[in-house]
Each structure stands twice: as structure tokens, then as C-alpha cells.
Ligand binder design. Structure first.
Ligand SMILES: C[S@@+](CC[C@H](N)C(=O)[O-])C[C@H]1O[C@@H](n2cnc3c(N)ncnc32)[C@H](O)[C@@H]1O
Length: 258
């Protein structure tokens, strides 16, 4: 996969791309990331990329022509229909489903805004998708871009050592993942659930599935109601509800200051 990023801070990407899985993916030729300086697409002596907002108000707005010229230049060497993604808190929230879709594309162009934002005509002229990292405001689109690159890259075939681990992980099948344990078997009084030491693969699978359902029910009920559940899942959920009911006291003890 080839990812072009348009940014006023290309150096932002140096460290995250030079370590761990992202570095290895690039060394193995599975991922190419190029950070392009937006200022290279200006035509004035001082490489100005921002200006005062029409209509007044605080802050500066990023100019449209450098972004439009950068994208048109990058599109010349990208396959037709390559997504041009602009990061903005006004975009669609990034989800694992979106990440999966994007990981199937051979090429992406990512645009990072700054200051008060970007001239609206960039959206109109070249942007095909607007993505938000969440309901909060960042100083620039670069953290959003690196998050997207990381999430997409790890789904590319061959990037993770064990592609099986993708199957059960959070969101990949609409649920949160089960808890993990490794040696030592006891950390103080906290021991590993017995079933994981049993070597009984079917029981372990069932336990993990139930934990996954339980976690999703308790932490993200919104995901559970949207998930496609099997008959076994319904049975496991019924067991969870039974366990929870058994542990819920019949009356709630109210503690008051005496
Ligand atoms: C300070 S923000 C501008 C926010 C803008 N004034 C608004 O209220 O929508 C500067 C840039 O950071 C990026 N950005 C900020 N928050 C983001 C988020 N939650 N998701 C994706 N990009 C974000 C965008 O590229 C944005 O143009």
C-alpha cells in the first residue's frame, strides 16, 4: 500500500514510522508512506500556506490552492479513484469497519489541516472523504493521520506475524476482545482463570467467547446490540445474565452517616 500525506510538518511522521511494526512493514515493502510538505506547493517566495479568514474572526485559515495543487500532483501517479481523505472533527468517526475498507485500497492520499481549518473549497475540489478521530479538537490532522496509517497498516497481509490474531481482536467481529493472561500464573493473590491452564481447546474457546460477550455487554452495549450473534452467543449471554442475577443483592444497602 502507498500512502501520501500532505502536511506542513512532514517531520511529525519520522519517529512513529521508524519503529516497530510500521518500520518493518516499510522495510519489507508492504507499506510506503511519503510525507509531502504542503509548502512545496506554494508559488510565493515565503511559501505561505495560510491567510486571514474572510468575514473576520480569530485565527488563520489554510489556503486552498496549495492543497488542491498537491492533490492533483499526487493523483497523477495514483490509481484512479484513490481516496483523498481530509481529517476534520466534522468528519465521520474512524471505525474498524472504515479501517478495513481502506486497507483494501492500494493507495491513499491524506490531508492534514491546521489553525482554524482549511478553506472550504479544498473539500469541494479534491476531498472524497472526511474522517474524524473523535469528538475532540486536535491542533492538527497529523495525529489523526498517524492513527489511520497504523490501524490500516496492521491489516495489510503479512504485516502482523500472526494474522489469526486479527480475527478475535476488538471490533473485528463487532465485539470487544476477551482478556489476556501470560506467565506467571499467580501475581500476588490474582490467579489465571483455571480454564486457561486446562489445555482443553474447546472450553478455552467457549470461555473466551463468553468473556468477549460479557465485556461488550458491560462496556459497550451499543456494539452488542449491533453485533450478529449466533445461537451459541445467545446461550452464553443467557448464562452471563444468570450469573449476574445470582450476584446482584436482592436489596441495596444504603449507607448513611450515623
Ligand atoms: C484546531 S483544528 C480546527 C478545528 C475547526 N476550527 C473546527 O472547529 O472544526 C485544526 C485541524 O486539526 C485537525 N483535527 C482537529 N481535530 C480533529 C479530529 N477530531 N479528527 C481529525 N482531525 C482533526 C483538522 O485537520 C483541522 O483542520
Amino acid at each position: 500500500m502507498h500512502i501520501d500525506v500532505v502536511t506542513i510538518f512532514p517531520e511529525f511522521f519520522t519517529a512513529p514510522l521508524s519503529v516497530s511494526i510500521l518500520a518493518r512493514a516499510q522495510q519489507e515493502g508492504l507499506l510506503v508512506v511519503e510525507a509531502h510538505n504542503l509548502r512545496d506547493f506554494t508559488d510565493d517566495k515565503h511559501h505561505v500556506v495560510d491567510d486571514y479568514p474572510y468575514g473576520g474572526g480569530p485565527g488563520m485559515v489554510m489556503k486552498a490552492p496549495p492543497f488542491i495543487d498537491a492533490v492533483r500532483h499526487l493523483q497523477e501517479r495514483a490509481p484512479e479513484g484513490t481516496p483523498v481523505i481530509f481529517f476534520t472533527p466534522q468528519g465521520q468517526p474512524l471505525t474498524q469497519t472504515k479501517v478495513q475498507q481502506l486497507s483494501g485500497r492500494p493507495h491513499l492520499i491524506l490531508l492534514c489541516g491546521h489553525y482554524e481549518g482549511v478553506d472550504e473549497r479544498v473539500r469541494q475540489a479534491v476531498v472524497t472523504e472526511e474522517i474524524s478521530l473523535g469528538d475532540y479538537v486536535l491542533t492538527g490532522g497529523e495525529p489523526a493521520a498517524i492513527v489511520l496509517i497504523d490501524a490500516v497498516a496492521r491489516l495489510l497481509p503479512g504485516v502482523l506475524g500472526n494474522d489469526n490474531s486479527l480475527e478475535s481482536e476488538s471490533f473485528s467481529r463487532g465485539l470487544l476482545e476477551h482478556p489476556h493472561y501470560t506467565r506467571p500464573a499467580a501475581v500476588g493473590a490474582m490467579t489465571v482463570p483455571e480454564v486457561l491452564l486446562s489445555g482443553h481447546h474447546e472450553q478455552i474457546r467457549r470461555w473466551r467467547r463468553q468473556q468477549s460477550l460479557r465485556r461488550t455487554m458491560q462496556r459497550r452495549p451499543d456494539l452488542l446490540s449491533a453485533a450478529q450473534l449466533t445461537e451459541e452467543d445467545q446461550q452464553l449471554l443467557a448464562e452471563i445474565n444468570q450469573q449476574l442475577n445470582q450476584h446482584t443483592p436482592a436489596t441495596t444497602k444504603v449507607v448513611t452517616d450515623a
